[in-house]
Write a protein of this length. Sequence first.
Length: 663
Amino acid sequence: MGVGCMTIRMAQTIVAHLAIVLFFLGCQPTETSTSGAADDEQDDMVVTQPDGGSDGRMVTPVDCRSAGFVLESNTIALTCETADIRFAPSVNIDSVWVEADACERTDDIIVCNLADAGTIQYTLGARTVSSTYTANRPQSFGGVRLNGSATMTDAKAWLSNGYQSWSQSGVIQIPISVSDIELKSALRARSDAEVIRLGTANSWWHTFVKADTSLVVGTTTARLFKTWITVSGQSPDLSVMVTSGGIDETIAMGAEETVVNETVFVALDSDVNNALESYGAALPHRATSLAKPEAGWNSWYELWDTVDEEAIRANAILAGDYLRTVLPAHEEAFRIVIDDGWQKAWGDWTANEKFPSGLEQLATDLKADGFETGIWLAPLLVHEDVPLTTEKPDWFIADTTYTHLTQGPMKILDVTHPDAAAHLTQVIESVVSKGFDLLKIDFLFAGTYEAPRHENRSAIESYNMALQIIRQAAGPNTILLSVGSPPIAGFEYIDAWRVGPDVAVGAFDASWFFVPNVGRTIAARWPYCLTLLCDGDPPILRTLSQTEVVTGSWAAAFSGGALFLSDDLRNLDPTRLPWLKPEVIETALAGVPARPDPMPEMIPDSLVSALSDQLSSRSRHAVPTRWTLPNDRQIWINWTDESAAFGSVEIDARSAVMIDDTQ
């Protein structure tokens, strides 16, 4: 690709992103103070204190961990001395939510009737509620819901989790109410519109409510439908609704047919991180995975899609020399990952003219030099210009397109069609046969779009099918890293998951304003990193100031799942390499995540985007300050643009300190 073409594509990216940001500009959240105190523009911010309630009160812990579920007047209740929540079950039948009645409990089983439509059976665990629904007559089944009312003192903040890897996530204020229009818009948002979500309407997959006694609730499975949660009200009285399904799709059921619903985790705990640990431990994982945290180099974050064979070979040598110096005892071979730009087209997964030796020879040579190899692809997407889309139109989800901001429109494989499934198998087998035993499979969220498919399967069922096909084709020993993908769904088939957004985009190159977004997202999602390896994206060493590089490297390391360089090392000033501290390297390869104090210094009313910060040249992300590393040391980070005091600790702008160093 020529320089002029790259310039045009970058300009297109900026224009597209500007359009999205400007669309939401009137709804951006109140900005975070850079001094640790509210300013004149922050009247609706909530200031938090680390050692007590959000008003600074000291809170006496109350042990609610032993509280069990009870049946109270057709509600499933969880109560303890300082908090309670009661869920009324309902089922979406023929596009109408029908409330359960006549519930009866026997031991740990609750059975509820739904008029003449069917029965729902709940099985109660220590902190989980699982269910099955059996139809009494033919009907369309659209999901299940637990409609909860909670009593929680000093509840002023909740976690709004985004749908997929790149989606904005973080702690915000609890809305007093959420309109039907706002909720429907949030649930139906796709692609980039969902990524830069404000977060006020719903949380995907899991959430917590921080209070004197906190609530953690979330799904531990994603077999049939997407799970989403709403929280609203004014403390102590809150509404908490947990829904699996209810988003523009149904499944046809016959009489006496039974479906297995998602399992919901519910916990009340004075220590929210303790409950989040339990939630993470309950999530699915690939039982036979042998993946360990790896170090290496990935081509994406400076070369972008201009990458060529020469760049791969040169950077492999430089990366190997550096990594062998800082990790002399590292047992695993360092890995070189070829990212987007090697292929002829999205959907034509053969090497282009920039790789004259071919993939197989390149992989062979890299392995001869002592490296492991990995490669990127978006296996569910095929560009509309690729002949396959017109030759085999029934292989794709009908009337459904994903439009990439720079690459253009893509069709999405319908893996419920046997021939499309066979094609996906062939693609994966072909790439693996070239000598690559790590596949970075990207843009997977497109496979979860609600739309009619060849078989009567939900979007999540189809997505799980796709990952199962990819795993079978790749073989048991190939590492699968899923990116741009939802959590939980398909965790049984993958080894690693991208936990957050891109740390840089080609339109702006390396920029500080994307770093806090990485930190905020990992703070929201670290429980997922207890069940599989999480990829927090690489540290960026070029262009940024030394304090920004150090802070950014900590943000990437907090996920504990990998350490990959991604600058073009041919052009990197070698004096910057020591900015990647030994403590950061240790944390990045720990295999478990760092734990944040869940509350940022100030609680915004909604989520601000990295793009908005970039355009305004202001850091307004509300990110937790205090992080506990796997070795129990603490890192405190000032994510703002001005120096600030955190308790007795003064921290420079955009800087991180090891708390031991301040004592």
